[in-house]
Design a protein. Sequence first.
Length: 371
Amino acid sequence: MKKLSTPYYLIDEQKLHENMEKLAAIRNQSGAKLLLALKCFAAWGVFDLMKPYMDGTTSSSYYEARLGYETFGKETHAYSVAYSSEDIKKVSVFSDKIIFNSLSQLEQFYPECRNVTCGIRINPGVSYSNFDLANPARTFSRLGVTAMTDIEAAMPMVSGAMIHFNCENDDVAAFEQMLAGISRKYATFLERFDWISLGGGISYTEDHFDSQQFIQILKNFSQNFGLQVYLEPGEAAVTHTTSLVTTVLDIVENNKKIAVVDASIEAHMLDLLVYRESATFQGTVSQGGFSYQIAGRSCLAADIFGEGNFQNELQIGDTIMIEDAAGYTMVKKNWFNGLQMPSVALMRTDGQIDVLQESLYTDYKKSLSTQ
């Protein structure tokens, strides 16, 4: 690990494989198809490891649809809150299914999508989310059709729908209760659909998740309505697989010890800043040890990863590994302060490390202007 300059994202092949095995069990026993949500994780250098366990990808843009088609293959689904005419021309080339967010978009673009399977997003008005920021059923939500009359008008043009109503849901009972309500509310439509996507946001690779109960819920739902169920795992596919590896550059003191590392929460783990969550660090203990605040090196005053009690006193030059740096992380990294982008590396099961991507100054320069 010392051979690769920090910062870098380190994907653990063994941990990724373990997640894939959990997904495969749900897939095989429930009959649901699994699509990797590229909005969460798109490091295509490991897609060859994931392909055998999943059925394709789901995208939110032309770039994602094309990436999924070119690097993952299998089924390619597309959904966007709003498409332009140019988007549809491009997305339809690479997609098997296009899901529209509104009746107006479906009516506008359906004539151009006759060779593609179409669907409509339905907003059921219920959801599981601890964050209003990510709640698809929040007040005045623009995400999906709410009127029954709009769904009925869409029926001649669609063969299925997406009902995405979860965000970090590890409560199987809550999922079952909401799905039962959705089943009652939309029964007349579900009976006429061929397929349904239940989206992502379900924590089914966590050890405490009751996967057997979840599998049975999916089987019953699928059989009751004769539906092919799709799930769109994003974070669940890569949770606990990846660390952001950093080096301590300085240790300052202002009523507490602050270790400044060569990365930035603003630039390299933005999702933590957006949701005001604290990072976790390898080598920490719950009690005792040496307490430090781990901070980034950007000029943002609140560029703080979090607090940790370390087993040993930190020194300049020490390595700090920031955990769970895959989902909604690599796809959100940015050039704030012109900081060096972390490389992306894969640790094989035999300990060998392969570098999948390395950013250079020329990448920064080209991201702002080409002439």
